[in-house]
Design a protein around this ligand. Structure first.
Ligand code: AMP
Ligand code: ZN
Length: 491
């Protein structure tokens, strides 16, 4: 748990050394999906970015409580304070109960997360499961005089709050700039100020998702659930809060305001981390703009812009090749390159994990390689640099199986163990399952036979025989034909 992990804190706009409040424990909250339709690849990228972060914290020995919510009520259309609830609307369109919609898309979300190798969070609370706590928080904020009730709805008083705490500090917006940038939506007349946002909304008679409250039947505002559930499970001050960049404003700004107002803690979240956007055709991937692809499109290859199907791990590798804080553009060319890169590392992983111990004296600098690989991840989770390191490691592993490098046992041990940990435990990659393990063996054997052919062309019969004998020990039989050699697995 070297104290040298640095992360880019959106709040200070700087890289900072990570110092948890209560080491070795770390509390991390990430905004989860609104379960009213299938997650698209952009959503998946953000969740995968935080999976990488979670994995690295664990690698570094932290005991992480990772909370990621399910938004199953309160997220209105256009992310505004008016309009239909996204889930209720989908229920109407699909002629299902809202909770059937929630279940259906929660199941789908979990399935996608698992196919793409994401570890489930420690706690996955739902907004509808925390209505009581949300009502209590609204009461607390009202009691502090930082909210007001109008006609069964309760709004947060942004200007009053801003007198004691600068609203807008995360997104770098000044309150006066915000005023001119705020649209005058329907129902704004209830608010004292266009900047104010809903903590609790009165349910109109046709609104189906509703709960009794001191202000009549209604439902919580979208921002409230994250404040309430993060502080319930992680405390009024906790270490890390994450989400996509597009949530910085207004969602995260409102979360901060609610947390500060309710608890009086001036810095509820120590490190704000934001994942950058996946783009398609150079524009943010987004359902509402129709500019999106679903994970299933890539897995089936069934889409006009794709030349083939892609394995889930190749797609995960594609995400990992970019830093989580940079935008990433999805294209068929980029996916093809990722598929190739992933395959190369996969083959090296099989070599490393099949663990043929080496007994030579060579060491191309494995300790330095390990230090540099860890340093990459300690530098704000720089997975592209780690991947470059893994390609270097893969070269050594391949040279070791071909006999070009005769690694010292210690160098082999460090290289093979660390390579496997980085590939599998840190990046969350697996060599493709089932028949594709056979595919990997096929690739490795083609390579070995190629190298052996070169050895034979140089008339190094001793090495040629050694390779054959070692493969025989591993249960692989080589038959030398006139021009080509073939291999079979001995039964
Ligand atoms: P939502 O279900 O709309 O609340 O979004 C779930 C998560 O996906 C949030 O953290 C968003 O910031 C994130 N997200 C939405 N669009 C994209 C995108 N194009 N690229 C990356 N993340 C995104
Ligand atoms: Zn949230």
């Amino acid at each position: 748990m070297a104290g040298q992990l640095k992360l880019y804190n959106s709040l200070s706009r700087q890289k900072e050394v990570f110092e948890p409040l209560n080491p070795p424990f770390v509390g991390m909250y990430v905004c989860g999906p609104t379960v009213y339709n299938n997650v698209h690849l952009g959503n998946l990228r953000t969740f995968t970015s935080f999976d990488l972060i979670y994995r690295w914290l664990r690698y570094r020995g932290y005991k992480v409580r990772y909370v990621r919510n399910i938004t199953d009520v309160g997220h209105l259309e256009n992310d505004a304070d008016e309009g239909e609830d996204k889930i209720a609307k989908k229920a109407r369109l699909e002629q299902l109960e809202p909770m059937e919609i929630v279940q259906k898309y929660t199941n789908g979300f979990h399935e996608v997360m698992s196919i793409f190798g994401n570890i489930p969070p420690s706690i996955e609370p739902t907004a509808t499961g925390h209505i009581v706590e949300q009502i209590q928080t609204v009461q607390t904020i009202l009691a502090k005089g930082l909210a007001y009730e109008v006609n069964g709805s309760v709004y947060f008083d942004v200007r009053k709050f801003n007198d004691v705490y600068p609203y807008g500090s995360l997104s770098g917006r000044q309150i006066d700039d915000l005023v001119s940038g705020t649209r005058n939506l329907d129902g704004q007349d209830e608010k004292r100020d266009a900047l104010d946002f809903a903590l609790w909304k009165k349910a109109s008679s046709e609104h189906i998702m509703r709960w009794p409250s001191p202000w009549g039947d209604g439902f919580p505002g979208w921002h409230l659930e994250c404040s309430v559930m993060s502080s319930k499970y992680l405390g009024h001050r906790f270490d890390i809060h994450g989400g996509g960049m597009d949530l910085k404003f207004p969602h995260h700004e409102c979360e901060i305001a609610q947390n500060v107002a309710a608890s009086g803690e001036s810095k509820p979240v120590q490190y704000w981390l934001h994942g950058n956007m996946l783009t398609l055709n150079g524009k943010k991937m987004s359902k509402s703009d129709g500019n999106f692809l679903l994970p299933g499109d890539l897995l089936s290859g069934n889409h006009e812009m794709l030349s083939r199907a892609y394995a889930p791990m190749a797609i995960r590798f594609f995400f990992m090749q970019a830093h989580y804080g940079s935008t990433l553009d999805l294209s068929d060319d980029a996916l093809q390159a990722a598929q190739k890169g992933y395959k190369r590392l996969s083959v090296a992983f099989v070599i490393a994990s099949s663990g043929q111990p080496q007994t030579g004296q060579d060491d191309p600098g494995v300790e330095r390689w390990l230090t540099a690989s860890e340093a990459a991840m300690d530098d704000d989770f720089n997975s592209p640099v780690l991947i470059a390191q893994l390609f270097e490691g893969a070269k050594w592993l391949q040279a070791a199986v071909s006999g070009e490098l005769k690694l010292h046992p210690k160098a082999w041990q460090t290289l093979s163990t660390s390579f496997c940990r980085f590939f599998n435990e840190v990046l969350g990659l697996e060599p493709e399952a089932g028949e594709s393990k056979g595919e990997i063996l096929q690739t490795v054997m083609e390579m070995v036979l190629e190298l052996r052919k070169e050895v034979r062309q140089k008339k190094d019969w001793a090495m040629s025989d050694l390779i054959r004998d070692r493969l025989a020990q591993a249960g692989i039989e080589i038959k030398d034909g006139k021009s080509e050699s073939t291999w079979t697995l001995k039964s």
